[in-house]
Design a protein around this ligand. Structure first.
Ligand code: ADP
Ligand code: MG
Length: 485
């Protein structure tokens, strides 16, 4: 990672310090304290219970599934699970918050200290996670549908969020990007959040400060609700440079909340930072503390799938390159597809190379993703087996794969129908070689005169004459013999 990322100033180099607070929407059919649905994109105010609309006398009932997902997430980052936690009210007024308070967890979060590893090649860095707490989302205000009115949609009101708070352990935009990407990957493996940043399922509050290397932590600003990895990196870059300029100008950084503008890549001040006491936090009297027993936690642990780091290491142990292992495990769907391919008994290294180059290349060209791959793992296994047993050369396999994409047919059928089999018939190949040598007397003379680089030319001519179907190894051997005689 860019451990030496620095911002150059007139007074010397500055170091950037970053901590992220990620809000991740919990995957669950119902809200945190009500039975209303949580589907994205529903008709406004069609998924609002009396609890979510804060009707007087309504009482919240914790949704076990949301708690379960948060615990599973905590276990996935090796975090401390607090068997006793409690909900607090965070009081503020805003039109998207009918209760007048958000139910959150300030003093006793569900999940304590954990860690997430980020990699850059062989270098690994551990980013601390301070806590994960569970809280309600607010509704959504819409100001632009009508020239003079604002509307409120309470569908999101009461939806469960996990707030995942990192330690201030990141030192460059790239590290923050890697952390967010890794966190998203883990959440998607666990299935506790869909990670759809463009739908707002995951958004980050970006805390940034700068200091001279070795100094105490500087005063930070917090840029709210940044909703893509790229924007997070841009916000950090802009904010760090702005702070350096202010400090070098003899100014001081105000601890404040800022907003990111994706169109300009800049941040601007929104309000001065509020402290916990501004919110008059107090334990929610409508809710009992959450008490978890060991059986529940163990059930959560047992339900976890193999996670990206473990999977990557397993792939590498099979001989797959670190690069390919990374590419294959980054997205849970790719990893599942590849695991299904391995389950057929395909040779791991050849399979990894084929998936990362041929399959991903084709999906890219077709503008589709692995979830909608036109080729199933079983068909890919069949293709790889035809290469492994010598029926197909690499270039024939490419032709067969193209045909598979076009027709959806099995590779064996394509090979039969189109006669794409590779031949190792020495008699046939020798005849073609003899012909190639007769037709290229000048090159033959040069080769025999010592210009050995022409060997490739003869290979090419022979393969061409055989429409690419000759076994390349056999061609090599027979050509060497023919040229030597
Ligand atoms: P608050 O409760 O006021 O939001 P926290 O101590 O919970 O403050 O920290 C919030 C986030 O800010 C955390 O992700 C933390 O890592 C980050 N953070 C704290 N101090 C700094 C700093 N000096 N520079 C950058 N980030 C910081
Ligand atoms: Mg905070």
């Amino acid at each position: 990672m860019e451990s030496t990322y620095r911002i150059k100033g007139a007074t010397g180099d500055w170091e950037v310090v970053i901590g992220l607070e990620v809000h991740a929407q919990v995957t669950s059919n119902a809200k945190l304290f009500s039975g209303a649905a949580t589907a994205f994109g529903a008709e406004p105010n069609s998924q609002v219970s009396l609890v979510d609309a804060a009707m007087p006398g309504m009482l919240p009932v914790p949704n076990r599934e949301c708690i379960r997902q948060a615990v599973r997430t905590g276990l996935a980052i090796d975090a401390q699970i607090n068997k006793w936690s409690r909900f607090d009210r965070k009081n503020y007024f805003y039109a998207d918050l009918p209760q007048g308070y958000q139910i959150s967890q300030l003093y006793h979060p569900l999940v304590g200290e954990g860690a997430i590893e980020i990699e850059d090649g062989d270098a690994v860095k551990t980013i601390g996670v301070e806590r994960i707490h569970v809280e309600q989302d607010a509704g959504k205000l819409m100001h632009d549908q009508h020239p003079t009115r604002s509307y409120v949609d309470l569908n999101r009101s009461g939806v469960a969020l996990m707030e995942i708070v990192s330690r201030p352990d990141m030192r460059s935009p790239a590290e923050a990007g890697a952390y967010l990407t890794k966190l998203r990957s883990i959440l998607r493996y666990v299935g506790s959040c869909d990670g759809n940043m463009d739908q707002g399922s995951m958004r980050a509050d970006v805390n940034v400060s700068v200091r001279k290397p070795g100094d105490e932590l500087g005063t930070r600003t917090e840029t709210k609700n940044v909703n893509s990895v790229r924007f997070v990196m841009a916000a950090i870059d802009h904010e760090a440079k702005r702070q350096v300029a202010v400090l070098e100008d003899g100014g001081a950084i105000q601890q404040e909340t800022r907003l990111f503008n994706p169109d300009t890549g800049t941040t601007r001040s929104m309000r001065s930072k509020e402290d916990a006491h501004d919110y008059r936090y107090f334990p929610d009297p409508d809710l009992l503390p959450l008490e978890l027993d060991d059986a529940f936690i163990e059930e959560c642990r047992a339900s976890l799938p193999e996670l990206p780091d473990a999977k990557r290491k397993r792939y590498e142990a099979l001989g797959i390159s670190a690069y390919a292992a990374n590419v294959l495990t980054a997205e849970v769907e790719s990893a599942r597809w590849f695991d299904a391919l391995l389950d057929t008994g395909a040779a791991p290294v050849a399979a990894a190379n084929w998936v990362t180059s041929e399959l991903f290349g084709a999906l890219n060209r077709l503008g589709t993703s692995i979830v909608d791959s036109p080729v199933e793992p079983g068909q890919a296994a069949e293709l790889l087996a035809l290469v492994a047993d010598g029926t197909l050369s690499g270039s024939l396999a490419k032709q067969v794969f193209e045909a598979m994409l076009e027709t959806g047919d099995a590779p064996g059928k394509i090979v039969e129908e189109r006669g794409l089999k590779q031949t190792s018939d020495t008699g046939a190949i020798e005849a073609v070689i003899a012909d190639v040598l007769t037709k290229n007397p000048k090159q033959l003379e040069q080769y025999r005169g010592g210009k050995e680089t022409l060997f490739g030319f003869f290979v090419g001519q022979t393969m061409k004459a055989m429409a690419g179907k000759a076994n390349p190894q056999v061609v090599n051997d027979l050509l060497k013999k023919a040229l030597a005689s």
